[in-house]
Design a protein around this ligand. Structure first.
Ligand SMILES: NC(=O)c1ccc[n+]([C@@H]2O[C@H](COP(=O)([O-])OP(=O)(O)OC[C@H]3O[C@@H](n4cnc5c(N)ncnc54)[C@H](O)[C@@H]3O)[C@@H](O)[C@H]2O)c1
Length: 216
């Protein structure tokens, strides 16, 4: 891939899926992965996969596939997931979901590190080694940490105000779990992504039923 190559956004959006698949393959002891394997696991066509992987510059070999290590490294580089690049984030709302996310070690693998977490009901100074603060201190703590990404796991009715407070404190990217249908009124410079596990489940079940009906 030359320095001038511009990778189309749809391909970029598929890269995390490839990265995840290749990482899992490496963990399972696989050294190579074929186009058809990647396509099957990512639910895409082999032609699509081949085109996408071309952008990484990694060459596959007939009947052998792509070298997993090389592909993981190339995808990680494009996605900014190299180990030297660490994304620092804060989490707002340390309840069932927030607590599970804070404790999920898998994020470290993707270079995401939680620097602090906030809640309106703080009962200890830290949670799994991550400092906990009263939500009202966001405006003071977030700028002092220089963190620009927030994960929102507060109840839906608290999401809008919490998001506004994040932005006032300097946050520029919000990963929002607090109500996927919620439209957060935020300045356009703030990247907001709503995460809806329910929607993922629905599409999974729809596909499952479709395959069952067709007798696979
Ligand atoms: N996106 C998904 O797929 C998905 C899945 C499960 C839950 N959720 C959503 O995630 C959110 C959290 O769910 P949960 O089960 O962890 O709820 P929870 O009640 O266990 O946790 C919410 C936490 O937020 C705190 N909180 C409330 N208002 C706050 C504020 N203004 N600032 C900071 N903290 C505040 C509460 O004290 C509590 O600790 C809900 O909106 C829920 O609908 C989304």
């Amino acid at each position: 891939m030359s320095a001038e190559t511009v990778i189309p956004l749809p391909s970029i959006r598929r890269f995390p899926g490839y990265y995840y698949t290749v990482t899992r393959a490496i963990m399972a002891g696989e050294t190579h992965i074929s186009t058809s394997d990647l396509a099957r696991r990512a639910n895409l066509t082999p032609i699509q996969v081949r085109k996408d992987i071309e952008y990484t510059g990694v060459k596959g070999r007939t009947r052998i596939g792509y070298p997993c290590d090389e592909l993981e490294q190339a995808l990680g580089k494009i996605l900014g997931l190299e180990f030297e690049h660490e994304y620092r984030a804060v989490l707002i709302g340390v309840g069932s979901l927030g607590g599970a996310l804070l404790g999920h070690r898998g994020f470290q693998q993707y270079g995401i590190r939680f620097e602090a977490a906030f809640d309106i009901d703080v009962r200890s100074e830290e949670f799994r080694g991550i400092p906990l603060y009263e939500a009202e201190r966001m405006g003071e703590i977030i700028p002092s940490l220089g963190v620009e990404i927030a994960v929102l796991t507060v109840p839906q009715e608290a999401a809008s105000a919490a998001a506004q407070n994040c932005v006032s404190a300097g946050i520029r990217g919000i990963w929002n779990f607090s109500g996927a249908s919620l439209h957060l009124e935020l300045p356009p410079r703030v990247l907001v992504r709503n995460i809806d596990l329910g929607l993922r489940f629905s599409s999974f079940f729809a596909e499952f039923h479709h395959l069952e009906r067709d007798g696979r």
